[in-house]
Ligand binder design. Structure first.
Ligand code: NAD
Length: 323
């Protein structure tokens, strides 16, 4: 696939320079970030605000975007610009990847989670019923434009959810950066945090360009996170955990599994749980553990009786294994 092109700039308006070479640009944006779009709409031919939630990350919503593109007479040389968090990026990126057999897309991630991960993986996914990201594509964006200013209006709960993704990246790759993130958060060192976001996004973008075996470590915590989200979708839970929050729980569950399988030293799960709780992230499942296990066992059967799981040896070192 090749590395995803990431552009890091402090000035949101600089995205206009990245857009001027496209014959036409169609912007799909999260209505919660409408205030940001004025700065980046110089080369935009038409804009579509969308209301986002995990529940509406569906193929039907993606088709609505495609219908709108068709009404706008968007041709095969058009670019779809997704401006928003992971849901907007997944939806608009997926819609672009199936419109006229695939047109170009790019994104301006406005949530921390999307800056660190969803914008730079080169994958897009939408849910099918309660199944998370079961439909998707591997058409990478032309670029991901990452600007710290885009996070200024992000609600605190959504910011914390993004921290789970940031810490996950460093559990995979860099123990010093993991501790640095915790320190920077507790001391509110915004410049350091912005640098750590850049490091994490670059790491994820680079990994996304690797072969499937190598990049599968990026799925750390994903097995539990997906099961929690599927449970919430199928049970129409009124106040579900967000993706980042479910990931936080998934990281702790993975650390505990790593301990019980003898991959990690005793105490790793407790340490990660303490670190996440200090940030204000959940660390216990929002449902019975058996419900999560049932979903995982079903997945395992569907995969022929073995599942790939990423376990943690220690912070900064993970291992892909099959259970
Ligand atoms: N494609 C991938 O590789 C990939 C990777 C990780 C996660 N994801 C997906 O990403 C989604 C989670 O992403 P998310 O946490 O960004 O969710 P999201 O897009 O729902 O955003 C979270 C909330 O923050 C709001 N928001 C976003 N930016 C804002 C801003 N600057 N100001 C004010 N409000 C803002 C949104 O309106 C929403 O209410 C999940 O669906 C997950 O499956 C995809």
């Amino acid at each position: 696939m090749g590395k995803i092109k990431t552009i890091f700039k402090d000035d949101l308006g600089a995205v206009n320079r990245c857009l001027r070479s496209y014959s036409s640009v169609y912007m799909v944006y999260d209505s919660n970030v409408a205030a940001l779009t004025g700065e980046i709409s110089k080369h935009v031919r038409a804009s579509l605000p969308i209301t986002v939630s995990e529940r509406m990350k569906t193929v039907e919503e993606a088709v609505k975007i495609d219908r709108w593109l068709l009404e706008q007479n968007a041709d095969r040389k058009a670019l779809v610009l997704a401006v928003g968090g992971g849901v907007t990026i997944d939806l608009a990126g997926f819609a672009a990847s199936i419109y006229k057999k695939g047109i170009a897309w790019a994104c301006v991630p406005t949530s921390l989670l999307a800056q660190v991960n969803a914008a730079v993986t080169g994958r897009t996914g939408v849910n099918l019923g309660a199944e998370k990201d079961i439909l998707g594509s591997l058409q990478k964006p032309d670029f991901a434009f990452i600007c710290p200013k885009a996070l200024e209006t992000l609600p605190s709960r959504d910011y914390k959810a993004g921290v789970a993704e940031l810490l996950k990246t460093f559990i995979i790759s860099d123990d010093a950066a993991y501790e640095m993130t915790l320190n920077a958060l507790h001391s509110n060192y915004q410049d350091t945090l912005a640098e750590l976001v850049t490091t994490a996004a670059e790491f994820n973008a680079k990994m996304a360009g690797h072969g499937s075996e190598e990049k599968s470590v990026l799925n750390l915590g994903g097995i539990f996170c997906d099961a929690i989200e599927s449970f919430q979708l199928s049970n129409a839970v009124a106040e579900p955990l967000s993706h980042g929050e479910a990931l936080a729980v998934g990281l702790v569950m993975t650390a505990r599994l790593s301990e019980s399988r003898g991959y990690a030293r005793e105490g790793l799960g407790d340490k990660i749980a303490r670190d996440l709780e200090a940030i204000g992230l959940p660390t216990v499942p929002p449902c019975a553990e058996e419900d999560i296990q049932d979903i995982i066992i079903r997945r395992k059967k569907a995969e022929g009786g073995r599942l790939n799981v990423v376990l943690i040896e220690k912070i900064g070192k993970v291992k892909l294994t099959r259970i």
